[in-house]
Design a protein around this ligand. Sequence first.
Ligand code: C5P
Length: 215
Amino acid sequence: SPHLVVAVDGPAAAGKTTTCKALSRRFGLGYLESGRTYRIIAFEALRRGLPPDNPVNVVDLCDELLRESREQDLLTSGRYGSADLRSPSVNVAVSDVARIHELRKRVTELVRLWARHQGRCIVEGRDIGTVVFPAAPVKFYLTASPEERARRRLGQEGGASYEEVLADVVRRDEADMSRAVSPLVPADDAIVIDTTTMDLEEVLARMGAACERRS
Ligand code: C5P
């Protein structure tokens, strides 16, 4: 297992990406956004007219993409822009692909391989501290009220209104928390931070202190 993995999980728009990027700079850690891989699969399924909830189609697609590209590409490829990966249709389709157990196994293996090469890294997602790296020495579960998360996300998702962003956040939380495989849940040993009334500096101070203590 890798030397140091900081695992960061939590619901949509809880501030995982912003805090992970800041911590990765501060502590010199490799950074991986695991949701990006699920989004790439969802985007490619839609582009090819494949049903994103069909396990056979989606797993075949994943294997094809893995054959076509180097493994790292599915994790970190700059080929896809945020307009591709964060569109409303991908936001919906990604919940479907993320439910497919065989796909999750492949993505989990890719993330573990990446982390082994990195050594010291911070990885964000939904199942990083529970399934992907259950032995990670530092785990965070970031959350905030849905209303606050929708406010923070507003303006990042094209021209969507506050009500549309809130509805998408609530729908994705429900899908991620209720699925049978790797549901979104805090790891037993995760440090849970409710950031609803905290500003970014406070959150980073809490997370940074825990990283120093535990690594
Ligand atoms: O983090 P992001 O919001 O980009 O993730 C998009 C979706 O990918 C999540 O709503 C979730 O369904 C799925 N995902 C997952 N496991 C991860 C990361 C993301 O199921 N580790």
